[in-house]
Ligand binder design. Structure first.
Ligand code: SF4
Length: 687
């Protein structure tokens, strides 16, 4: 019996924990902790990491290519060969492109796939003549990327994890790391609070596990965070708490910003957000006078139709206080999945090239065209949510989906289902028959993360290699191999001449200058990887903005924003604020976690959290069935009556059916849909 210890990167969240899979003759037997190497997780794992091999041999795994024989959504398929599947897909894509033009095609990449796989997917889309490309970051971090990009020139986490241990104040805004990034929370944030006495400020409508550690907990109505951020800016500027030397030397735009936030007093913000003005003022003073601070955000800030504005205001707080370019500070927005950052760096976006260089930047297009050998289409594509409208309008005819599940992750799901019932051609490659795959014409069985070699980038900007630890079941193949097969069938083989992921990574090294040093040799030798930018093999960048910001003139830009409401707010008919949250033991749309035995046993179902006073008023008791209804749909859920959510707000975990309730109103900068709040009404289901 050949037992092997194979080093892997965790396939769930973006902390980048490392461990081993114990593999016996290609079969994944169990996981083994890695206490020997210098890993970011120090050998620790959360419940998801510990269970991360369980879904690999689930009986639902896709093992053969499938062709639809029933109605779309019915889930009726017959098995076909790889040759037949790839031939049919290639013929149909060519036919649609010839008949309607390349803009009738669109591709979705995946934060669950490696950087190499996302790279070849976007290259294929562009070789076919379209920039209709996106991935789930649109619904996760796009507002943070847009906001920080405009102000600082780079959206990434600024400092290595250790630096938070030296922060005097930690602000976790719309971010519950005890549930979403438990190892980062336990190994870094909790130590900073308990061992080093950092002051913790939490902004969250729910009293989360993280908020239980807080010195100050601000509980706004969902999506009104911008009001609090503007009021904190008001306090920092009017009380002259900002770092005057830093601002004079490295910042532009204070005067305009000061004029804009003059009217946004804490008293005004109290009326909008429901958070007492005195608490806002106190939080602003503690934050600005700390000397060192970390401010980390997550979906509670990002997933709103005013998300970019909120990110900008929060980043401006950090800029004004000079919390950049040194130890003991940290600014960042945390991607949800293990390669959320990496997929973005590969240019799986309608307006960005590999390296996130803007599509309109001719010098970068030309440079990449030289490596690729074909012309990159110049017209920007459409974003994730816009693709659904384009399908319904008859403009988008074919969608190719790699490792993502829009029939569950997009807002306003009834509309999404309608689109998928009417699309001309849908291909899904995934490890399970997802909700999206049930609508597909052709389904392709993909290898899971531990069944292939590949590279991921954690939220620390750390580029790490993961190794193949198990054989894929049946005929399932790595996503990159499937894309290369398809490219060859499409007659594009000369541009996709790769024999393994190392070949692809070497091309990435040539195409993206700040990843030139992340070579296959370096990543295989050094399991800790390297922090991008790494322009050569001996370089990495632990701290951003030490010399200057990455804007054209090297200065941070303070761009004032006015207050804007989230995408939907309560009214007479729908008087409650609805929001969502995540379980520590479930992940995104549940494709993998619902099929992990220990996770689905411990976190088996959704329910609705209702404040105890609201519940009393409506005659709802713990465990009662409750109808929660928005303008788009209704769900019936069990009530969980609790004091840990503020009055007027109800919350549902999002891993099941939450997105039937949400609205697809978009953020004007990033095209992020309003995923985090909606107006709803609730009533007890009698009988
Ligand atoms: S914290 Fe994230 S990366 Fe680490 S074990 Fe848990 S899910 Fe995996």
């Amino acid at each position: 019996m050949a037992e092997k210890l194979v080093p892997v990167v965790c396939p769930w969240c973006s902390v980048g924990c490392r461990f081993y899979i114990v593999s016996v003759n290609g079969y994944p037997k169990k996981i083994e902790f890695d206490y020997e190497h210098d890993t970011r997780n120090h050998g620790k794992l959360c419940p998801k990491g510990v269970s991360s091999f369980q879904y690999l041999r689930h009986p639902d795994r896709l093992k053969k290519p499938l062709k639809r024989v029933g109605e779309r959504g019915e889930g009726k398929f017959v098995e076909i060969s790889w040759e037949e599947a790839i031939r049919e897909i290639a013929e149909k894509l060519k036919e649609i492109r010839e008949k309607y033009g390349p803009e009738a095609l669109a591709f979705l990449g995946s934060e669950r796939c490696s950087i190499e796989e996302n790279y070849v997917l976007q290259k294929l889309a562009r070789a076919l003549g379209t920039n209709n490309l996106d991935y789930v970051c649109r619904m996760c971090q796009s507002t943070a990327v847009a906001g920080k990009g405009m102000l600082l020139g780079h959206p990434g986490l600024t400092n290595p994890f250790e630096d938070i241990l030296k922060a005097k104040v930690i602000v976790l805004w719309g971010y519950n790391p005890a549930a979403t990034n438990p190892v980062f929370f336990g190994q870094y944030i909790e130590k900073a609070i308990l061992d080093n006495n950092a002051t913790l400020i939490v902004v969250d409508p729910r009293k989360t596990k993280t908020a239980k550690y807080a010195d100050i907990h601000l509980q706004p109505y969902p999506g009104t965070d911008l009001a609090i951020a503007l009021a904190m800016l008001n306090v920092i500027i009017t009380e002259e708490l900002y770092d005057k030397d830093f601002v004079a030397e490295r910042v532009e735009g204070l005067e305009e910003l000061a004029k804009t936030v003059e009217k946004y007093t804490p008293e005004w913000a109290e009326k909008v957000s429901g958070v007492p003005a005195e608490l806002i003022r106190k939080a602003a003073i503690i934050f600005a006078t700390a000397g060192t601070a970390a401010l980390l955000t997550n979906e509670g800030v990002n997933q709103h139709a005013n998300g970019t504005r909120t990110v900008m205001a929060l980043t401006e707080m950090m800029v004004l206080c000079g919390y950049f370019g040194k130890e003991g500070v940290m600014s960042g927005a945390i991607p949800g999945a293990h390669n959320g950052m990496g997929a973005g760096l590969m240019g799986v976006e309608p307006d960005a090239l590999p390296g996130k260089f803007p599509l309109h930047a001719e010098e970068h297009r030309r440079r990449i065209e030289e490596v690729w050998g074909f012309k990159i289409p110049e017209k920007p594509g459409i974003t994730y949510v816009e693709m659904i409208d384009a399908i319904l309008e008859g403009k988008l005819k074919a969608l190719y989906v790699m490792g993502t599940n829009p029939a569950k992750s997009l807002p306003n799901l009834k509309k999404v289902e309608e689109a998928f019932k009417n699309i001309e051609f849908l291909v899904v490659q995934d490890i399970f028959l997802t909700e999206t795959a049930r609508y597909a014409d052709i389904v392709l069985p993909a290898a899971a993360w531990f069944e292939k070699d590949g590279t991921a980038v954690s939220f620390e900007r750390r580029v790490q290699r993961s190794f193949k630890a198990a054989d894929a079941p049946g005929d399932a193949k790595p996503d990159w191999e499937i894309i290369v097969m398809l490219a060859k069938e499409l007659g594009l083989g000369e541009y996709f001449n790769y024999s393994d992921v190392d070949d692809i990574l070497r091309e990435i090294n040539r195409t993206i200058p700040f990843l030139t040093g992340a070579t296959p040799e370096r990543l295989k030798k050094n399991l800790k990887g390297c922090m991008t930018p790494c322009p050569d093999e001996s370089t990495e960048t632990p701290r951003l903005f030490v010399q200057g910001f990455l804007t054209p003139n090297g200065k941070a830009q303070l761009i004032p924003v006015e207050y804007k409401e989230p995408g939907e707010v309560p009214d007479e008919d729908y008087p409650f604020w609805l929001t969502n949250y995540r379980f520590v033991g479930q992940f995104h749309t549940g494709t993998m976690s619902h099929r992990s035995k220990s996770l689905s046993k411990r976190w088996p179902e959704e329910y609705i959290e209702i404040n105890e006073n609201d519940a009393k008023r409506l005659g709802i008791k713990d465990g009662d069935l409750v109808k929660v209804e928005t303008r788009r749909a209704a769900l019936v859920l069990k009530a969980k009556v609790t004091p840990h959510i503020r009055e007027g707000v109800v919350a549902v975990p999002w891993h099941w059916n939450f997105n039937y309730l949400t609205t697809d109103v978009l953020d004007e900068y990033a095209k992020m849909p309003e995923l985090k709040t909606a107006a709803c009404r609730i009533s007890k289901v009698e009988g």
